[in-house]
Design a binder for this molecule. Sequence first.
Ligand SMILES: Cc1cc2nc3c(=O)[nH]c(=O)nc-3n(C[C@H](O)[C@H](O)[C@H](O)COP(=O)(O)OP(=O)(O)OC[C@H]3O[C@@H](n4cnc5c(N)ncnc54)[C@H](O)[C@@H]3O)c2cc1C
Length: 301
Amino acid sequence: MTYWKHYHIPTSIDEALSLLARYNGQARVVGGGTDLILEMQQGHRPPVEALIDVTRIDRLNRIDEAGGYLVIGAGVTHTQIVNDERMVRHGTCLVESCGVIGGPQVRNVGTLAGNVAHALPAGDGTISLLALGGEVQVASAEGLSWQSMAEIFVGPGRSTIDPTRAMIARLRFQSTGPGEGSAFRRVMRPQGVALPIIGMAARLKVKTGAITSARITIGPAGPTPFVARQTMTFLTGKPATPDMFAAAAEVALAEVHLRASHHRATAEYRAEMIRVQLPKTLARATERAITGQAVPEGVEI
Ligand SMILES: Cc1cc2nc3c(=O)[nH]c(=O)nc-3n(C[C@H](O)[C@H](O)[C@H](O)COP(=O)(O)OP(=O)(O)OC[C@H]3O[C@@H](n4cnc5c(N)ncnc54)[C@H](O)[C@@H]3O)c2cc1C
């Protein structure tokens, strides 16, 4: 079985877009291919005329700092993110999530842009970038535009970005500053299928013991990567204490939509994991916000 006839490696965004235009919907953007090729092999995606590999585009395989943002090119792999000191300090939760994606082989070629473009509610990199307030730069025939990441997801595996016509060029988030910290935690099945039961991330700003701003994401907890808005509102202005974090978990449980999954866990077990893990995630983000120290945990090298 042939899944594609031509494989192009453009070196500029313009070249990638003209290739997509030339194939008129019959070509598809590929990053590391760790999701896409498997999906094609398993019959979940149709074969295409061409794959357009966007990992060698000039200036898109690096992480830059610009105007208070950390900017991640489409070709940046999970391994690059884990090994970047600026990410460790100013986007700790993203390092913690990229550091547990697959094994080293997957992290060495899989990209954060591919994780986001795949639009799965449980995408680990997606959950953390969303908690950081991530934005997506879309390159299309209309030009380049930054969009809030929270607005691109429309359903499981579906986003407003059509990889047969457009591409994610860059991702970015505002670096965490003084008084801010972030954390990510994930619960997996101990054996067998490597599917996450539940993952969550938080970005908190803490001043004199109180939370002044909160962003919290959980997944899978609905058809799209889930922003726990009611929990965020509840926590803002509250003292950063264990009791408050436990109360926040109850608010989160009231707003998430948890499903039983044959391969993952029952809805009840997932709820219990939110009750246990969300307070720990919030406590870790708080500690980092207060101490200014960020040592990522659980990251596999
Ligand atoms: C063994 C294994 C374990 C894994 N474990 C995890 C895990 O623990 N957690 C997790 O979240 N994921 C996991 N994954 C999934 C996958 O590795 C990640 O989602 C990865 O980040 C995908 O990136 P990629 O560059 O390989 O995407 P690709 O496979 O190249 O592409 C994925 C999708 O995004 C589109 N796309 C890619 N790049 C762009 C772009 N720049 N613009 C627009 N569209 C684009 C493609 O057309 C395709 O639809 C695993 C995969 C494997 C094979």
